[in-house]
Design a protein around this ligand. Sequence first.
Ligand SMILES: [Zn+2]
Length: 283
Amino acid sequence: MSGASPWIRVGDLEIAPLLDGYFRLDGGAMFGVVPKPLWERRAPADARNRITLAMRPLLVRGERLLMIDAGIGAKMDAKSVDIYAIDRRDLLEESFARADVSPDDLHIVLASHLHFDHAGGFTARDASGAVRPAFGRARYLVHRGEWEDATHPHERNRASYLPENFVPLQDAGVLEFYDDDETVVPGVRVRRSGGHTRWHQIVYLESGGRTAVFAADLVPTTAHVDVPWIMGYDLYPMETLAFKRAFVREAIEREYLIVFEHDPEVEAGYLREKNGKIIVERA
Ligand SMILES: [Zn+2]
């Protein structure tokens, strides 16, 4: 763990990738149709065929202090901790300390989507065991369609949507909805990518001619920059394909700083094209 300040300047905004620890998911599921001999060179598998992923919520400081996603949180049961090898040695709270902000300073918590590895930290158990919003002074912003889907799950997505991560927000009156392509605060704009979930969002951070993009599960790690390297978890993989194909071109041409929410090593980098291949240049 380094004590260095995590803040990165983007025009008049500042961003800081945080960490809520690590977990592991099935490598085959993480790379969809890509055969293991190809993906395991980029992401080595453990004895249970799992690869290591980080959870990196992003702090954004502009007119307001905002955080995108919140990691997995501390509510997962022992069975899930084992299945997903949840390793929270390095907690979100420690990231806040490195960024020199208090969780109570957060004005807004913005959800890319409501899967447990993104929304788990939205709520926490208090001393009495009741589940409450984890950030007492924040408003929580969730896409209206994602909320509908998360609260009406089907057989394929039910395991990803744990009501205790988001229903208590509504009960506490801190939940607000947003719709497609909204500017949440000046310089912070959500854009619907779909694909992973029907209403999955990426977030553009734009100021002074510079752009950083929180890519969430559109490009979860640097191993996913190749267009067909799409997660088996995605509900609408052809939607991911179309969006990602265009997005990768846009990111190269406009020199976006891409924030990788799940990469175990690389927090952020620029996409470059070299001899017809897309590579990531670390920021
Ligand atoms: Zn995820």
